[in-house]
Design a protein around this ligand. Structure first.
Ligand SMILES: [Zn+2]
Length: 90
C-alpha cells in the first residue's frame, strides 16, 4: 500500500532542491544538466539530461540563488546566468 502511494507521488511530483518538499512538476522550474555538461533552465521540462527542480516560489528561488543550491545539486559550478534566469524568467 505504502509503496503504491510513493510510486504515484514520483510520477507527478519532484523534490525541491531547496525545501525538499514534494511538489507537482507543473509548479516547479526544471534545471537540466545536458550530456554536453551545459546547465540550462529547462522551461519546457523536456530537455532530458539530469534534472533538478525548484518550487516556482519566490522563497525557494531566491534561497536557491543566495545559497547556490544548483552548485550542490549538480556538484559543479553553475553559471550566474542560470541563476539570474531562475529569478527573472517567470
Ligand atoms: Zn521549494
Amino acid at each position: 500500500m505504502q509503496r503504491r502511494i510513493k510510486a504515484q507521488r514520483q510520477k507527478f511530483e519532484r523534490s525541491c532542491i531547496v525545501c525538499r518538499d514534494f511538489v507537482e512538476k507543473t509548479s516547479m522550474k526544471r534545471i537540466a544538466k545536458l550530456k554536453s555538461g551545459a546547465i540550462i533552465l529547462d522551461q519546457r521540462q523536456n530537455m532530458g539530461g539530469r534534472g533538478s527542480y525548484v518550487c516556482n516560489l519566490e522563497k525557494c528561488l531566491s534561497k536557491c540563488v543566495k545559497s547556490k543550491c544548483l552548485n550542490r545539486a549538480f556538484k559543479c559550478n553553475v553559471n550566474d546566468e542560470v541563476y539570474q534566469l531562475l529569478l527573472h524568467d517567470a
